[in-house]
Design a protein around this ligand. Structure first.
Ligand SMILES: *Cc1c(COP(=O)(O)O)cnc(C)c1O
Length: 384
């Protein structure tokens, strides 16, 4: 069993030594973990596994086998729903973006689609297209996030319009969807939920409110709904600033690996990287890692951002450039060309930690890896 930081060299790979490893087993574990947070048995909420943005950068095709236990998938656009069908997913698919144009209604061409409806014209487009497979409808409440959806005073009219489609056989069941703006805060959903429940009071149909943060922090509320919609937690990142994924028993499904491709002995007073953003106070050994912002590593990560070199935690120095970055080899004096580097997701370095250093969130980094980064599945026998 190789140590977790050993360079991973699949047969025949002579590419640049930057790659992400995707661990479907971690996704399966996280799915089971999230299920475990919900009541079991009849009446338990069902679970949409959110796989928008190509499964938060992990690749839907790579992780779909690990999501067999989900009740449905949630995507952004109908094209992604088609891709999931193409990959063999036969269960329900929730489409967060609903319809963007009348032409989108033509993509409602498979059973089991659930469309999130956010404005009245979408219902008219559906009525005109009269799709052969009537989709279930989820009316989205604008809630406290005010992104898309119906405001409180327009919600009932939307329900009536959707009900008319239902009576004409053009739409299936009508559900009620809300998305909280502050689910990561201890008291972040109380007011929002009270307003939502008031708006839908007396209306029939299933309810869905909870993303990862809501499910993990406001479990009782999630349990009182019919469907939950986690995304981030499935991929093993914590949605909470003060709580690590490990503390939540979530396992990272992606790790990002590279190598040292250059070593510089930098004299005291000399700069490293563009604009001399780092100036060596004393002579220092600097390692150059082939990974930069064109790969999706955050350019705003400052000096001090943690990096693992040969299993040892060290730090980024100066500006991240397009193709490379500099790291402090002080704690790793034996590092040489080819020494393995972990940018996140293994060796005790959570992607959340890197994200925080760069002033962003884990989902931004996971979903932001560029096509230039090769992806490999973790070998079944690889160490965790
Ligand atoms: C992306 C998304 C989710 C999943 O959110 P996470 O925070 O990643 O769990 C749930 N609901 C809606 C409407 C979304 O857009």
């Amino acid at each position: 069993m190789p140590p977790v930081n050993a360079p991973y060299r699949p047969e025949g790979l002579t590419a640049r030594p930057l790659h992400a490893r995707i661990d479907p087993g971690a996704v399966a574990h996280n799915l089971a973990r999230l299920r475990g947070a919900l009541p079991a048995g009849a009446g338990a909420p069902r679970l949409w596994a959110t796989v928008k943005a190509d499964a938060y950068g992990h690749g839907v095709a790579r992780i779909l086998p690990a999501l067999r236990g989900a009740d449905g998938l949630a995507v952004l656009h109908l094209n992604e729903a088609r891709a999931c069908r193409h990959l063999g997913w036969q269960g329900p698919i929730l489409v967060y973006g609903g319809l963007y144009s009348p032409a989108d209604a033509l993509l409602v061409d498979t059973p089991g689609l659930h469309l999130v409806i956010t404005h009245a014209a979408q219902l008219e487009w559906l009525a005109h297209a009269a799709p052969g497979h009537r989709p279930a409808i989820w009316l989205r409440f604008a809630g406290d996030i005010h992104h898309t959806g119906f405001a409180a005073d327009g919600y009932r009219a939307a329900f009536d319009a959707a009900s008319a489609l239902f009576r004409r056989g053009l739409a299936g069941e009508i559900g009620h969807l809300n998305h909280y703006a502050r689910a990561d805060e201890p008291d972040g959903v109380d007011d929002a939920d009270a307003v939502f429940r008031d708006v839908i009071a007396g209306l029939p149909g299933p309810v869905s409110t909870s993303n990862s943060a809501a499910l993990l922090k406001h479990g009782a509320r999630a349990a009182s709904t019919q469907w939950v919609r986690p995304g981030l937690a499935l991929y093993g990142a914590s949605p909470f600033a003060g709580t690590s994924a490990a503390e939540l028993d979530l396992r990272p499904a992606m790790s990002l690996h590279s190598q040292i491709v250059g070593i510089q002995r930098v004299k005291a007073g000399a700069g490293v990287g563009y604009s001399r953003a780092f100036v060596a106070p004393d002579a220092i050994d600097v390692g150059i890692v082939t990974c930069g912002y064109a790969d999706g590593y955050p350019r705003h990560a400052p000096t001090g951002t943690p990096v693992i070199v040969d299993g040892v935690r060290t730090r980024l120095l100066g500006r991240v450039s397009m193709d490379m970055m500099a790291v402090d080899l002080g704690p790793v004096p034996h590092a040489c060309i080819g020494t393995p580097v972990t940018l996140w997701g293994a060796g005790g370095l959570a992607v959340e930690e890197v994200a925080r250093a760069a002033g962003t969130i884990a989902a931004d980094l996971l979903a932001g890896l560029s096509a230039r980064v090769s992806m490999q599945l973790t070998r079944q026998d690889a160490a965790r």
